[in-house]
Design a protein around this ligand. Sequence first.
Ligand code: FAD
Length: 401
Amino acid sequence: VDLRPDPADEAFRAEVRRFVDENLPADLAQRASTGFLPNRADAERWQAILHKRGWSVPRWPVEHGGTGWTPKQIHIFDDELYTAGAPVPNYQGYTLVAPVIYTFGTAEQKQRFLPPIREGTQYWAQGFSEPGSGSDLASMKTRAVRQGDHYIVNGSKIWTTQAHWADWIFLLVKTDIEVKPQRGVSFLLVDAKSPGVTVQPILSIDGCHHLNATFYDDVKVPVENLIGEENRGWDYTKWLLANERAFSGGEVAVLKRYLKKLHLIARAERAGDVPLLQEASFARRLAESEIETAAIEMSVLRFLGDYRADDPRGALVASILKVRCTELQQRMSEFLVEAIGAYGAVFHPDVYEHAAGNNPVPGPDYATGLAADLFYRRAASIYGGTNEVQRNLIAKLGLQL
Ligand SMILES: Cc1cc2nc3c(=O)[nH]c(=O)nc-3n(C[C@H](O)[C@H](O)[C@H](O)COP(=O)(O)OP(=O)(O)OC[C@H]3O[C@@H](n4cnc5c(N)ncnc54)[C@H](O)[C@@H]3O)c2cc1C
Protein backbone atom coordinates (compact mmCIF):
# COMPACT_ATOMS: atom_id res chain seq x y z
CA VAL A 1 0.00 0.00 0.00
CA ASP A 2 1.31 3.42 -0.94
CA LEU A 3 1.02 5.62 2.15
CA ARG A 4 2.31 8.79 0.54
CA PRO A 5 -0.32 11.59 0.49
CA ASP A 6 -2.34 11.34 -2.69
CA PRO A 7 -2.74 14.76 -4.40
CA ALA A 8 -6.42 14.00 -5.13
CA ASP A 9 -7.03 13.25 -1.42
CA GLU A 10 -5.20 16.41 -0.42
CA ALA A 11 -7.38 18.45 -2.82
CA PHE A 12 -10.45 16.81 -1.30
CA ARG A 13 -9.20 17.66 2.20
CA ALA A 14 -8.72 21.29 1.17
CA GLU A 15 -12.27 21.42 -0.23
CA VAL A 16 -13.75 20.02 3.01
CA ARG A 17 -11.63 22.36 5.12
CA ARG A 18 -12.77 25.37 3.12
CA PHE A 19 -16.40 24.33 3.50
CA VAL A 20 -15.99 23.93 7.28
CA ASP A 21 -14.18 27.27 7.60
CA GLU A 22 -16.96 29.02 5.73
CA ASN A 23 -19.96 27.21 7.20
CA LEU A 24 -19.36 25.98 10.74
CA PRO A 25 -21.20 28.54 12.91
CA ALA A 26 -18.71 30.39 15.12
CA ASP A 27 -20.67 29.67 18.31
CA LEU A 28 -20.53 25.90 17.66
CA ALA A 29 -16.78 26.01 16.99
CA GLN A 30 -16.30 28.12 20.10
CA ARG A 31 -18.44 25.79 22.19
CA ALA A 32 -16.20 22.88 21.20
CA SER A 33 -12.93 24.77 21.65
CA THR A 34 -13.98 25.84 25.14
CA GLY A 35 -14.73 22.30 26.28
CA PHE A 36 -18.53 22.27 26.03
CA LEU A 37 -20.30 19.39 24.32
CA PRO A 38 -22.83 19.91 21.53
CA ASN A 39 -26.44 19.23 22.46
CA ARG A 40 -29.25 18.02 20.20
CA ALA A 41 -30.06 21.52 18.91
CA ASP A 42 -26.41 22.06 17.92
CA ALA A 43 -26.25 18.71 16.12
CA GLU A 44 -29.51 19.48 14.28
CA ARG A 45 -28.30 22.88 13.18
CA TRP A 46 -25.05 21.52 11.76
CA GLN A 47 -26.78 18.54 10.10
CA ALA A 48 -29.11 20.97 8.28
CA ILE A 49 -26.06 22.86 6.94
CA LEU A 50 -24.46 19.61 5.78
CA HIS A 51 -27.74 18.48 4.23
CA LYS A 52 -27.94 21.66 2.17
CA ARG A 53 -24.48 20.86 0.77
CA GLY A 54 -25.47 17.19 0.13
CA TRP A 55 -22.98 15.96 2.74
CA SER A 56 -25.21 14.94 5.65
CA VAL A 57 -24.95 11.14 5.18
CA PRO A 58 -21.77 10.44 3.19
CA ARG A 59 -21.62 6.78 4.21
CA TRP A 60 -25.07 5.85 2.96
CA PRO A 61 -25.62 4.42 -0.51
CA VAL A 62 -26.00 7.13 -3.14
CA GLU A 63 -29.67 6.25 -3.75
CA HIS A 64 -30.43 7.19 -0.14
CA GLY A 65 -28.45 10.44 -0.13
CA GLY A 66 -24.85 9.19 0.24
CA THR A 67 -21.98 10.94 -1.54
CA GLY A 68 -20.30 7.92 -3.15
CA TRP A 69 -16.98 8.89 -1.56
CA THR A 70 -14.26 6.30 -1.00
CA PRO A 71 -13.70 5.09 2.60
CA LYS A 72 -10.50 7.18 2.63
CA GLN A 73 -12.41 10.33 1.65
CA ILE A 74 -14.95 9.65 4.40
CA HIS A 75 -12.06 9.32 6.85
CA ILE A 76 -10.70 12.70 5.71
CA PHE A 77 -14.16 14.27 5.97
CA ASP A 78 -14.66 12.97 9.55
CA ASP A 79 -11.18 14.08 10.50
CA GLU A 80 -11.64 17.64 9.22
CA LEU A 81 -15.07 18.09 10.81
CA TYR A 82 -14.19 16.68 14.19
CA THR A 83 -10.87 18.50 14.49
CA ALA A 84 -12.64 21.76 13.67
CA GLY A 85 -15.10 21.08 16.50
CA ALA A 86 -18.22 20.35 14.41
CA PRO A 87 -20.99 18.50 16.28
CA VAL A 88 -21.23 14.82 15.35
CA PRO A 89 -24.59 13.69 13.95
CA ASN A 90 -26.92 11.46 15.97
CA TYR A 91 -24.80 8.29 15.93
CA GLN A 92 -27.61 5.90 16.78
CA GLY A 93 -29.70 7.20 13.88
CA TYR A 94 -27.13 7.87 11.18
CA THR A 95 -24.67 5.03 11.81
CA LEU A 96 -26.66 2.32 13.55
CA VAL A 97 -30.34 2.11 12.65
CA ALA A 98 -30.49 3.82 9.23
CA PRO A 99 -28.34 1.17 7.50
CA VAL A 100 -30.61 -1.53 9.00
CA ILE A 101 -33.66 0.33 7.65
CA TYR A 102 -32.29 0.79 4.14
CA THR A 103 -31.05 -2.80 4.02
CA PHE A 104 -33.89 -4.75 5.67
CA GLY A 105 -36.76 -2.23 6.02
CA THR A 106 -39.94 -2.05 3.98
CA ALA A 107 -40.42 0.63 1.32
CA GLU A 108 -42.76 2.41 3.73
CA GLN A 109 -40.14 2.34 6.55
CA LYS A 110 -37.47 3.74 4.23
CA GLN A 111 -39.79 6.48 3.06
CA ARG A 112 -40.83 7.35 6.60
CA PHE A 113 -37.54 7.26 8.50
CA LEU A 114 -34.60 7.90 6.17
CA PRO A 115 -35.42 11.51 5.17
CA PRO A 116 -35.70 12.89 8.74
CA ILE A 117 -32.51 11.07 9.81
CA ARG A 118 -30.74 12.44 6.74
CA GLU A 119 -31.94 15.96 7.49
CA GLY A 120 -31.07 15.65 11.18
CA THR A 121 -34.58 16.36 12.44
CA GLN A 122 -35.22 12.93 13.98
CA TYR A 123 -33.15 11.63 16.89
CA TRP A 124 -32.71 7.95 17.79
CA ALA A 125 -31.56 5.91 20.77
CA GLN A 126 -30.38 2.29 20.91
CA GLY A 127 -32.27 -0.05 23.26
CA PHE A 128 -30.15 -3.20 23.32
CA SER A 129 -28.49 -3.65 26.75
CA GLU A 130 -30.42 -4.68 29.84
CA PRO A 131 -29.29 -5.12 33.43
CA GLY A 132 -27.38 -8.43 33.23
CA SER A 133 -27.51 -8.56 29.42
CA GLY A 134 -24.69 -6.53 27.89
CA SER A 135 -21.90 -8.70 26.49
CA ASP A 136 -24.35 -11.59 26.72
CA LEU A 137 -27.03 -9.70 24.83
CA ALA A 138 -29.06 -12.74 23.80
CA SER A 139 -30.05 -13.29 27.45
CA MET A 140 -32.29 -10.18 27.30
CA LYS A 141 -35.69 -10.36 29.01
CA THR A 142 -37.79 -7.57 27.42
CA ARG A 143 -40.84 -9.24 25.84
CA ALA A 144 -43.11 -8.33 22.96
CA VAL A 145 -46.36 -10.23 22.54
CA ARG A 146 -48.36 -9.84 19.36
CA GLN A 147 -52.00 -8.81 19.78
CA GLY A 148 -53.74 -8.22 16.43
CA ASP A 149 -51.91 -5.48 14.56
CA HIS A 150 -49.75 -4.48 17.56
CA TYR A 151 -47.02 -5.82 19.79
CA ILE A 152 -47.33 -5.20 23.51
CA VAL A 153 -43.86 -4.57 24.94
CA ASN A 154 -42.87 -5.01 28.59
CA GLY A 155 -39.39 -4.77 30.09
CA SER A 156 -36.51 -2.40 30.60
CA LYS A 157 -33.25 -1.35 28.97
CA ILE A 158 -30.20 0.32 30.47
CA TRP A 159 -27.38 2.64 29.35
CA THR A 160 -29.71 3.99 26.64
CA THR A 161 -27.51 6.87 25.42
CA GLN A 162 -29.39 10.12 24.73
CA ALA A 163 -32.84 8.53 25.12
CA HIS A 164 -33.84 11.81 26.79
CA TRP A 165 -33.34 13.53 23.41
CA ALA A 166 -34.74 10.73 21.28
CA ASP A 167 -37.88 10.71 19.16
CA TRP A 168 -37.46 6.99 18.43
CA ILE A 169 -35.77 3.99 20.05
CA PHE A 170 -34.75 0.84 18.18
CA LEU A 171 -35.41 -1.98 20.53
CA LEU A 172 -34.45 -5.64 20.78
CA VAL A 173 -37.26 -7.74 22.23
CA LYS A 174 -37.99 -11.41 22.81
CA THR A 175 -40.91 -12.62 20.73
CA ASP A 176 -40.32 -16.33 21.39
CA ILE A 177 -38.92 -17.64 24.67
CA GLU A 178 -39.29 -21.34 23.84
CA VAL A 179 -36.35 -21.45 21.40
CA LYS A 180 -32.58 -20.93 21.63
CA PRO A 181 -32.06 -17.32 22.92
CA GLN A 182 -30.77 -15.94 19.60
CA ARG A 183 -33.71 -17.40 17.66
CA GLY A 184 -36.52 -15.60 19.47
CA VAL A 185 -35.32 -11.99 19.10
CA SER A 186 -37.14 -9.29 17.09
CA PHE A 187 -36.08 -5.76 16.11
CA LEU A 188 -38.73 -3.06 16.71
CA LEU A 189 -38.85 0.66 16.01
CA VAL A 190 -40.55 2.31 18.98
CA ASP A 191 -41.89 5.86 19.14
CA ALA A 192 -40.23 7.25 22.29
CA LYS A 193 -43.37 9.25 23.06
CA SER A 194 -45.62 6.14 23.16
CA PRO A 195 -47.66 5.76 26.36
CA GLY A 196 -45.84 3.40 28.74
CA VAL A 197 -42.27 4.49 27.79
CA THR A 198 -40.42 6.03 30.74
CA VAL A 199 -36.94 7.53 30.50
CA GLN A 200 -34.99 7.79 33.74
CA PRO A 201 -31.68 9.68 33.79
CA ILE A 202 -28.43 8.05 34.91
CA LEU A 203 -25.71 10.58 35.72
CA SER A 204 -22.31 9.17 34.88
CA ILE A 205 -19.03 9.61 36.73
CA ASP A 206 -18.21 12.72 34.65
CA GLY A 207 -21.24 14.46 36.19
CA CYS A 208 -23.07 14.58 32.84
CA HIS A 209 -26.36 13.23 31.59
CA HIS A 210 -25.62 11.01 28.58
CA LEU A 211 -27.24 7.81 29.82
CA ASN A 212 -30.66 6.56 30.84
CA ALA A 213 -32.60 3.58 32.02
CA THR A 214 -35.71 3.12 29.86
CA PHE A 215 -38.83 1.24 30.93
CA TYR A 216 -41.59 -0.23 28.76
CA ASP A 217 -44.95 -0.91 30.39
CA ASP A 218 -47.58 -2.33 28.04
CA VAL A 219 -46.23 -0.20 25.19
CA LYS A 220 -48.26 -0.67 21.99
CA VAL A 221 -46.03 -0.89 18.91
CA PRO A 222 -47.70 -1.24 15.49
CA VAL A 223 -46.67 -4.40 13.63
CA GLU A 224 -45.56 -2.23 10.70
CA ASN A 225 -42.67 -1.07 12.94
CA LEU A 226 -41.10 -4.53 12.93
CA ILE A 227 -37.85 -4.72 10.95
CA GLY A 228 -37.79 -7.70 8.58
CA GLU A 229 -39.25 -10.91 9.95
CA GLU A 230 -40.37 -11.72 13.48
CA ASN A 231 -37.73 -13.77 15.38
CA ARG A 232 -34.98 -12.84 12.89
CA GLY A 233 -33.84 -9.79 14.90
CA TRP A 234 -30.57 -11.43 15.93
CA ASP A 235 -29.48 -11.60 12.28
CA TYR A 236 -30.16 -7.87 11.82
CA THR A 237 -28.34 -7.12 15.09
CA LYS A 238 -25.24 -9.04 14.03
CA TRP A 239 -25.36 -7.21 10.72
CA LEU A 240 -25.73 -3.84 12.52
CA LEU A 241 -22.71 -4.57 14.73
CA ALA A 242 -20.54 -5.68 11.80
CA ASN A 243 -21.61 -2.62 9.80
CA GLU A 244 -20.88 -0.36 12.79
CA ARG A 245 -17.35 -1.75 12.96
CA ALA A 246 -16.88 -1.22 9.25
CA PHE A 247 -17.83 2.43 9.84
CA SER A 248 -15.37 2.82 12.71
CA GLY A 249 -12.02 4.54 12.41
CA GLY A 250 -13.67 7.86 13.29
CA GLU A 251 -12.25 7.37 16.78
CA VAL A 252 -8.83 8.49 15.50
CA ALA A 253 -10.29 12.00 15.26
CA VAL A 254 -10.67 12.04 19.07
CA LEU A 255 -6.93 11.40 19.40
CA LYS A 256 -6.10 14.16 16.95
CA ARG A 257 -8.30 16.63 18.79
CA TYR A 258 -6.47 15.67 22.02
CA LEU A 259 -3.11 16.30 20.35
CA LYS A 260 -4.25 19.73 19.19
CA LYS A 261 -5.26 20.60 22.75
CA LEU A 262 -2.01 19.25 24.21
CA HIS A 263 -0.08 21.58 21.90
CA LEU A 264 -2.25 24.50 22.96
CA ILE A 265 -1.62 23.76 26.63
CA ALA A 266 2.09 23.17 26.04
CA ARG A 267 2.40 26.67 24.60
CA ALA A 268 0.31 28.36 27.29
CA GLU A 269 1.41 26.65 30.50
CA ARG A 270 4.78 26.75 32.23
CA ALA A 271 6.71 24.21 34.24
CA GLY A 272 8.66 26.35 36.66
CA ASP A 273 10.80 28.70 34.57
CA VAL A 274 10.33 27.02 31.19
CA PRO A 275 7.35 26.58 28.85
CA LEU A 276 5.71 23.22 29.45
CA LEU A 277 6.79 22.08 25.99
CA GLN A 278 10.46 22.31 27.04
CA GLU A 279 9.97 20.21 30.14
CA ALA A 280 11.67 16.92 29.29
CA SER A 281 9.14 14.40 30.60
CA PHE A 282 6.19 16.34 29.14
CA ALA A 283 7.93 16.61 25.74
CA ARG A 284 8.68 12.88 25.73
CA ARG A 285 5.09 11.93 26.55
CA LEU A 286 3.77 14.31 23.92
CA ALA A 287 6.10 12.77 21.32
CA GLU A 288 4.97 9.27 22.34
CA SER A 289 1.31 10.29 21.99
CA GLU A 290 1.99 11.72 18.55
CA ILE A 291 3.80 8.60 17.40
CA GLU A 292 1.08 6.28 18.68
CA THR A 293 -1.66 8.41 17.10
CA ALA A 294 0.19 8.46 13.79
CA ALA A 295 0.66 4.67 13.96
CA ILE A 296 -3.06 4.12 14.54
CA GLU A 297 -4.03 6.53 11.78
CA MET A 298 -1.62 4.84 9.37
CA SER A 299 -3.20 1.48 10.23
CA VAL A 300 -6.67 2.90 9.55
CA LEU A 301 -5.53 4.39 6.24
CA ARG A 302 -3.72 1.23 5.22
CA PHE A 303 -6.86 -0.76 5.92
CA LEU A 304 -9.11 1.72 4.12
CA GLY A 305 -6.67 1.89 1.19
CA ASP A 306 -7.61 -1.62 0.08
CA TYR A 307 -10.93 -1.95 1.86
CA ARG A 308 -13.64 -4.19 0.44
CA ALA A 309 -16.98 -4.56 2.21
CA ASP A 310 -16.72 -8.37 2.09
CA ASP A 311 -13.15 -8.43 3.44
CA PRO A 312 -13.11 -11.02 6.25
CA ARG A 313 -10.24 -9.13 7.93
CA GLY A 314 -12.60 -6.21 8.54
CA ALA A 315 -13.94 -7.50 11.86
CA LEU A 316 -10.43 -8.39 13.09
CA VAL A 317 -8.92 -5.01 12.20
CA ALA A 318 -11.90 -3.19 13.72
CA SER A 319 -11.46 -5.06 17.03
CA ILE A 320 -7.72 -4.33 17.12
CA LEU A 321 -8.30 -0.65 16.37
CA LYS A 322 -11.07 -0.40 18.98
CA VAL A 323 -8.71 -1.70 21.69
CA ARG A 324 -5.70 0.39 20.62
CA CYS A 325 -7.69 3.59 20.07
CA THR A 326 -9.66 3.48 23.32
CA GLU A 327 -6.63 2.59 25.43
CA LEU A 328 -4.71 5.51 23.95
CA GLN A 329 -7.71 7.81 24.43
CA GLN A 330 -7.75 6.90 28.10
CA ARG A 331 -4.02 7.55 28.51
CA MET A 332 -4.16 10.86 26.63
CA SER A 333 -7.20 12.10 28.59
CA GLU A 334 -5.16 11.51 31.77
CA PHE A 335 -2.17 13.29 30.25
CA LEU A 336 -4.34 16.33 29.42
CA VAL A 337 -5.58 16.63 32.99
CA GLU A 338 -2.04 16.31 34.34
CA ALA A 339 -0.92 19.02 31.91
CA ILE A 340 -3.43 21.58 33.21
CA GLY A 341 -2.29 21.05 36.82
CA ALA A 342 -4.57 22.59 39.45
CA TYR A 343 -7.23 23.56 36.87
CA GLY A 344 -8.04 19.87 36.62
CA ALA A 345 -9.50 20.03 40.11
CA VAL A 346 -11.99 22.82 39.32
CA PHE A 347 -15.63 21.71 39.38
CA HIS A 348 -17.38 22.22 36.06
CA PRO A 349 -21.11 21.61 35.79
CA ASP A 350 -22.66 19.36 33.12
CA VAL A 351 -20.85 20.42 29.95
CA TYR A 352 -23.98 19.83 27.84
CA GLU A 353 -26.16 22.09 29.89
CA HIS A 354 -23.92 25.10 30.16
CA ALA A 355 -23.56 27.16 27.04
CA ALA A 356 -20.11 28.57 26.41
CA GLY A 357 -19.99 32.17 27.54
CA ASN A 358 -22.67 31.77 30.20
CA ASN A 359 -21.66 31.12 33.79
CA PRO A 360 -17.95 31.28 32.99
CA VAL A 361 -15.91 28.73 34.89
CA PRO A 362 -12.61 29.53 36.57
CA GLY A 363 -9.40 28.94 34.66
CA PRO A 364 -8.46 29.07 30.98
CA ASP A 365 -10.88 27.93 28.25
CA TYR A 366 -8.69 24.98 27.34
CA ALA A 367 -9.16 23.45 30.80
CA THR A 368 -12.98 23.30 30.75
CA GLY A 369 -14.38 19.80 30.48
CA LEU A 370 -11.02 17.98 30.50
CA ALA A 371 -11.53 16.37 33.91
CA ALA A 372 -15.09 15.36 32.93
CA ASP A 373 -13.70 13.90 29.70
CA LEU A 374 -11.08 11.88 31.59
CA PHE A 375 -13.89 10.29 33.61
CA TYR A 376 -16.08 9.79 30.55
CA ARG A 377 -13.26 8.00 28.70
CA ARG A 378 -13.28 5.26 31.33
CA ALA A 379 -16.38 4.09 29.45
CA ALA A 380 -14.58 3.89 26.08
CA SER A 381 -13.26 0.42 26.86
CA ILE A 382 -16.83 -0.69 27.75
CA TYR A 383 -19.20 0.78 25.17
CA GLY A 384 -19.43 -0.64 21.66
CA GLY A 385 -18.42 -4.07 23.05
CA THR A 386 -15.92 -4.26 25.93
CA ASN A 387 -12.20 -4.48 25.22
CA GLU A 388 -12.09 -7.92 26.86
CA VAL A 389 -14.72 -9.13 24.40
CA GLN A 390 -12.74 -7.52 21.55
CA ARG A 391 -9.64 -9.40 22.71
CA ASN A 392 -11.61 -12.64 22.61
CA LEU A 393 -12.59 -11.80 19.03
CA ILE A 394 -8.96 -11.04 18.12
CA ALA A 395 -7.91 -14.40 19.59
CA LYS A 396 -10.59 -16.18 17.57
CA LEU A 397 -10.42 -14.31 14.26
CA GLY A 398 -6.74 -13.42 14.17
CA LEU A 399 -4.99 -16.16 16.11
CA GLN A 400 -7.52 -18.98 15.47
CA LEU A 401 -7.46 -19.84 19.18
C1 FAD B 1 -21.11 5.19 28.10
C2 FAD B 1 -21.88 3.98 27.66
C3 FAD B 1 -22.86 4.13 26.68
C4 FAD B 1 -23.62 3.03 26.31
N1 FAD B 1 -24.65 3.23 25.41
C5 FAD B 1 -25.48 2.19 25.11
C6 FAD B 1 -26.64 2.41 24.30
O1 FAD B 1 -26.90 3.52 23.80
N2 FAD B 1 -27.48 1.35 24.07
C7 FAD B 1 -27.23 0.12 24.58
O2 FAD B 1 -28.02 -0.79 24.32
N3 FAD B 1 -26.14 -0.12 25.38
C8 FAD B 1 -25.27 0.89 25.65
N4 FAD B 1 -24.18 0.68 26.47
C9 FAD B 1 -24.01 -0.63 27.08
C10 FAD B 1 -22.79 -1.39 26.58
O3 FAD B 1 -23.03 -1.94 25.31
C11 FAD B 1 -22.51 -2.49 27.65
O4 FAD B 1 -22.14 -1.82 28.84
C12 FAD B 1 -21.39 -3.42 27.22
O5 FAD B 1 -21.79 -4.19 26.12
C13 FAD B 1 -20.99 -4.35 28.38
O6 FAD B 1 -22.08 -4.98 28.94
P1 FAD B 1 -22.35 -4.93 30.53
O7 FAD B 1 -22.29 -3.53 30.97
O8 FAD B 1 -23.60 -5.70 30.78
O9 FAD B 1 -21.12 -5.67 31.18
P2 FAD B 1 -20.88 -7.25 31.27
O10 FAD B 1 -21.19 -7.87 29.95
O11 FAD B 1 -21.61 -7.75 32.46
O12 FAD B 1 -19.34 -7.32 31.52
C14 FAD B 1 -18.74 -7.13 32.82
C15 FAD B 1 -17.26 -7.43 32.69
O13 FAD B 1 -17.08 -8.81 32.29
C16 FAD B 1 -16.30 -8.86 31.11
N5 FAD B 1 -16.79 -9.95 30.24
C17 FAD B 1 -18.08 -10.22 29.89
N6 FAD B 1 -18.14 -11.28 29.07
C18 FAD B 1 -16.86 -11.69 28.86
C19 FAD B 1 -16.26 -12.72 28.10
N7 FAD B 1 -17.00 -13.55 27.36
N8 FAD B 1 -14.91 -12.84 28.14
C20 FAD B 1 -14.13 -12.00 28.89
N9 FAD B 1 -14.65 -10.99 29.64
C21 FAD B 1 -15.99 -10.84 29.62
C22 FAD B 1 -16.51 -7.54 30.42
O14 FAD B 1 -15.44 -7.24 29.54
C23 FAD B 1 -16.58 -6.59 31.61
O15 FAD B 1 -15.29 -6.25 32.04
C24 FAD B 1 -23.38 1.75 26.87
C25 FAD B 1 -22.37 1.61 27.83
C26 FAD B 1 -21.64 2.70 28.23
C27 FAD B 1 -20.58 2.51 29.28
